[in-house]
Design a protein around this ligand. Structure first.
Ligand code: NAD
Ligand code: 6OD
Length: 492
């Protein structure tokens, strides 16, 4: 079990060793549950980042680079097993950093930490290769086959909403393909990424293969990492504006990027839907993780005959949610991640009042009269009555809130859902299977769920269109991004 201390200290993890930042600079990690400092984090400067990247580069040519695919896959299965063996340590670290309900982190975040390694360890052993037999001009034959090698040093930059899940979602396949990584977790959730260094050492991952640098974005570790000339590829999950900055930084030296960015995801509820399931699914997609899920629903379109009933039932569900810290009795929703993020979400709550939205429920900061008043809680909130032009209907808020609009026809709702600059995910609720197949491909997003939400098979393509990202990860798409392919042509 992890030793709980009043103040944890998170060091950098470079070349298999925990180290202080060379500058000695540190920053504070604040608990979203209490608003007090729970850790000091070492902030990597340019020199620390350089050390980490050089360690990663050297490791490509060391024992790691000489492993067979089967040996590498076996070591990554050990990483997966070791995360599961230390499940409680990762769980405590994640809930302390994020404040999310223990039950949620136990069911989703930590299991995916292990699965992200085991899935790609399995896949890499079965990676096939294309083969073409070619007629040559002299009447002979050539054979062509595909070969792959690792891309090199991968810079991994991850966000705070699902810290272990989203970081390992990139580190797992990157290592499976034989790369080495330098990871910069979000400055507000440094803990599980740091802890993973212990696991890497314990199972015998060679030094320099997995490195961790802490810090911020611009003028700090994130920017130094993306600017480093020895970084061969950058994979990023976070906000669209940050993705734009990272893409600009990656353009120097023509480094490949994979960007998983923001969304303004819509749910469509047809009148023929099983309303019990549609309400329960939409409750999850709007309020899970306090609305801080990139795939979460912030726009709901409900066919007019069931609009009033749906709104009433979602309101009842929202009002039944128990707010509290990870272990609060019956907790269904935790706090937002930080004071800064709460200010952002509350600015939209205020805008809703200014724009005279119909506030179905919520819209403010809850007053508990107990310890919870120290945390960064906001009320689960539902609005109706706003036009499609409202910022509340168009912009990503990343909080526990949604706007619900009625619609009258399939064509109308498809046009309204697509009229947005994001294109990440959508959920369709209907019992008409033909309608589901007709509508789903017309939605301009990377992921469509029918009668479900966040049902994941890690072998499938994951990513967004428009301003929600570039490229796809998941399954063979991850293997494609994290490798360099070559064609070998042999004249027979
Ligand atoms: P963010 O963009 O603020 O930060 C993400 C990471 O980028 C952090 O580690 C941060 O320090 C770093 N960073 C910031 N500026 C940088 C720069 N100029 N150069 C290099 N690194 C920089 O995102 P966030 O607030 O941590 O996460 C929330 C956002 O992430 C939301 O927009 C959400 O939609 C998005 N998100 C998307 C997905 C997806 O799969 N599409 C998944 C989760 C979260
Ligand atoms: O499930 C995943 O692999 C994934 N990338 C989820 C992203 C969730 C966004 O918050």
């Amino acid at each position: 079990m992890l030793k709980r201390e009043a103040h944890d200290e998170h060091r950098l993890f470079i070349d298999g060793q925990y180290r202080s930042a060379l500058s000695g600079r540190m920053f504070e990690k604040i608990s979203p549950i209490t608003g007090s400092v729970i850790a000091q984090v070492h902030e990597a400067g340019r020199e620390d980042v350089d050390l980490a990247v050089r360690a990663a580069k050297a490791a490509l040519r060391g024992p790691w680079g000489r492993l067979t695919v089967a040996e590498r896959a076996s070591l990554l299965q050990d990483v997966s097993q070791a995360i599961n063996d230390r499940f409680d340590d990762f769980l405590e670290a994640e809930i302390a950093d994020t404040g999310k309900p223990r039950s949620l982190a136990r069911a989703v975040d930590i299991p995916r930490g292990g699965a992200n390694f085991s899935t790609f360890a399995d896949m890499i052993k079965n990676l096939g290769s294309e083969f073409f037999k070619t007629d040559t001009p002299d009447g002979g034959t050539a054979i062509n086959y595909g070969s792959y090698r690792p891309k090199g040093v991968i810079g991994v930059i991850s966000p705070w909403n699902l810290p272990l899940l989203l970081m390992t979602w990139k580190v797992g396949p990157a290592l499976a393909c034989g790369n080495t990584v330098v990871v910069k977790p979000s400055e507000v959730t440094p803990h599980t990424t740091t802890l993973l260094g212990e696991v890497m050492n314990a199972v015998g991952i060679p030094k320099g293969v997995y490195n961790v640098i802490h810090g911020f974005g611009p003028g700090s570790a994130g920017e130094y990492l993306t600017q480093h000339p020895l970084v061969d590829g950058i994979t990023f999950t976070g906000e669209t504006v940050t993705g734009e900055a990272i893409m600009t930084q990656a353009a120097v030296g023509l480094r490949d990027v994979s960007l998983e960015l923001g969304g303004k995801n819509a749910a469509i509820v047809f009148a023929d839907a099983d309303l019990d399931k549609a309400v329960a699914g939409t409750m999850r997609s709007v309020f899970s993780n306090c609305g801080q899920v990139c795939l979460g629903t912030e726009r709901v379109y409900v066919e007019r005959p069931v609009f009033d009933e749906f709104v009433a039932r979602l309101k009842a569900g929202a009002e039944e949610l128990v707010l509290g810290g990870p272990d609060y009795p019956g907790v269904g929703m935790g706090p937002l991640i930080s004071a800064e993020h709460r200010d952002k979400v509350l600015s939209y709550y205020q805008l809703a009042e200014k724009e005279q939205a119909n506030i179905v429920t919520g819209g403010g900061v809850p007053q508990f009269g107990d310890d919870r008043d120290r945390g960064y809680f906001v009320e689960p909130t539902i609005w109706t009555g706003l036009p499609e032009t409202s910022a509340l209907v168009r912009e990503e808020i990343f909080g526990p809130c949604c706007h619900i609009s009625p619609f009258d026809s399939e064509d109308e709702v498809i046009a309204r859902v697509n009229d947005n600059e994001y294109g990440l995910a959508s959920a369709i609720w209907t019992q008409d299977i033909s309608r589901a197949h007709r509508v789903a491909p017309q939605i301009e997003v990377g992921l469509v769920w029918v009668n479900s939400w966040f049902l994941r098979d890690l072998r499938t393509a994951f990513g967004g269109s428009k301003k929600s990202g570039i490229g796809r990860e998941g399954g063979e798409h991850s293997l494609e991004f994290y490798t360099e392919r070559a064609n070998i042509c042999v004249k027979l």
